[in-house]
Design a protein around this ligand. Structure first.
Ligand code: ADP
Length: 462
């Protein structure tokens, strides 16, 4: 049997082949009472154990139990060590990936343990003995007061959560968030566990986002201004009415006043009344004119050479976020080699933005098909450019088609109904035309044309 490897399957065969016809199996018990193994006594024939044999068997059982038990313990220990090693490696990787170092610190005694990533974040030699001063040396001079203040609080056993800057040896600036909680006390010394996280990238992304939002707000403001100015032009009729009404009042009252004073005796009381009414009407007219002045106080439209594709792209960028939030997919088919147009950049952007926003609003309820907005530019003849925007929205109702471009026509609950009328007057002021049509499928297409200046500006197909 000793010479054979076939321990599992052919035990019986081997026994028999060696003339061992009798087997006595005695359980080996572990110190906890479990069966740890079996001691088998093989004989040529059945026979009971003599007292001497029994003694030997008992001793063998005892030794076997101890040895099996130890082997099992050793195996468990190795397994646990491997697990500890694995979770330690995992921790190191996690710290690396998340740029987060950890530490334990008794601030009062300046006794610290730092993780590998802690050293890396602060750009410190891994062999360096951990100390608060070593970290402090990296802190940006402007943040030293804050750092010292937080250490002082830590000294008194208060938790910390603060952001400070450090300068690494190569001169780069990093933002660090430090977090520390008291986990226990040794005597009256608080012991902290905490993390330090390099949040520079997050900070940069947040800053970029904020700057982007500021630029967006500014652009919106500019467009809102144009919209205000153009609203005035659409409202010219009613303003003229407002001014002409007090003017005719002034004329009538002044005439009456002259008549009343010419009487013999002059009717001073009534003349005074009419003079007062004249003053009131004059003030009303002045007020209207003052309001107009305030609204028109900015400079008149600046005409410049404009690339239609470029301003379309700018508007698309402005509305990108809005579209993302409303699950709208934008497709831009901008014609390459488009000649420039002459115009007021902000006014033309106002027109495009209004078309885009109308398209988005028209698809607010669209569920059964993709919410797709298609922006196209084209050179339709040698000197005419068009820009069109097609949506997959509600489309144009037959009775709305004629009225849409009229001021104050709206089908929206919060609509002003002036966007399209302003847009059309802007386009016409630029020597172009603006129109709307129903798509073959669902939705509508709004478009305008502008005369070109003749020289291509965009050589790149989009
Ligand atoms: P507002 O958007 O404030 O209503 P507009 O002058 O921009 O003002 O639009 C006038 C009306 O034209 C809208 O209320 C709507 O009925 C119609 N309209 C504009 N754009 C679209 C579109 N893309 N699809 C369907 N209807 C539209």
């Amino acid at each position: 049997m000793a010479e054979s490897d076939q321990r599992e399957t052919s035990m019986g065969e081997i026994m028999l082949a060696n003339g061992l016809n009798y087997c006595k199996a005695i359980p080996i018990l572990s110190p906890y009472g479990n069966t740890a193994g079996i001691l088998a006594i093989l004989r040529h024939q059945q026979a009971d154990l003599g007292p001497r044999e029994q003694q030997i068997v008992d001793r063998a059982k005892h030794i076997a139990a101890i040895s099996i038990d130890r082997t099992r313990h050793e195996e468990a220990l190795v397994r646990r060590e491997t697990q500890v090693e694995q979770s330690q490696a995992q921790l190191v990787a996690a710290q690396r990936i998340s740029s987060t170092g950890s530490f334990t610190s008794d601030i009062q005694r300046d006794e610290n343990i730092w993780s590998e990533e802690f050293y890396r974040i602060f750009d410190l030699d891994p062999k360096l003995e951990p100390s608060i001063d070593a970290v402090r040396e990296r802190v940006h001079p402007e943040d030293l007061d804050l750092f010292d203040f937080e250490m002082k609080r830590g000294f008194a056993g208060e938790d910390a959560d603060f952001v400070f800057r450090i300068i690494r040896t190569d001169g780069t600036l990093r933002f660090i968030r430090g977090l520390a909680r008291v986990t226990h006390y040794i005597g009256d010394h608080p012991v902290f566990m905490g993390t330090v996280q390099d949040i520079t990238e997050t900070r940069r992304a947040e800053d970029a986002l904020r700057r982007g939002e500021e630029a967006l707000a500014k652009a919106r403001e500019e467009l809102a201004y144009v919209s205000r100015v153009m609203t005035i032009s659409a409202l010219t009729t009613s303003i003229a009415h407002e001014v002409s009404q007090p003017l005719s009042g002034i004329l009538a009252n002044a005439n009456a006043c002259v008549r009343l004073l010419a009487l013999d005796p002059p009717n001073i009381a009534s003349a005074t009344d009419t003079a007062r009414r004249t003053i009131r009407d004059t003030m009303r007219a002045t007020e209207v004119i003052k309001r107009l002045r305030a609204m028109f106080s900015r400079q008149s439209p600046a005409m410049e050479k404009i690339d239609l594709n470029e301003i379309a792209r700018e508007v698309i960028a402005l509305s990108a976020r809005d579209m993302r939030e409303k699950f709208i997919v934008l497709e831009a088919r901008l014609a390459p080699e488009l000649p420039p147009v002459t115009g007021d950049r902000i006014q033309l952007q106002q027109v495009i933005l209004n078309m885009v926003l109308n398209g988005i609003e028209a698809m607010a309820e669209t569920e059964e098909r993709p919410r797709r907005l298609l922006v196209r530019t084209a050179l339709v003849s040698e000197d005419i450019l068009t820009l069109s925007i097609s949506d997959a929205g509600v489309g144009i109702a037959a009775d709305a088609a004629d009225k849409m471009f009229e001021p104050f026509f709206t089908t929206k609950r919060d609509g002003m109904g002036i966007g399209l009328s302003i847009s059309r007057s802007i386009v016409e002021n630029h020597g172009g035309r603006m129109w709307a049509m129903s798509n073959d499928g669902p939705g509508a297409t709004f478009a305008f044309s502008l005369p070109s200046l003749g020289k291509p500006t965009d050589r790149s197909a989009t």
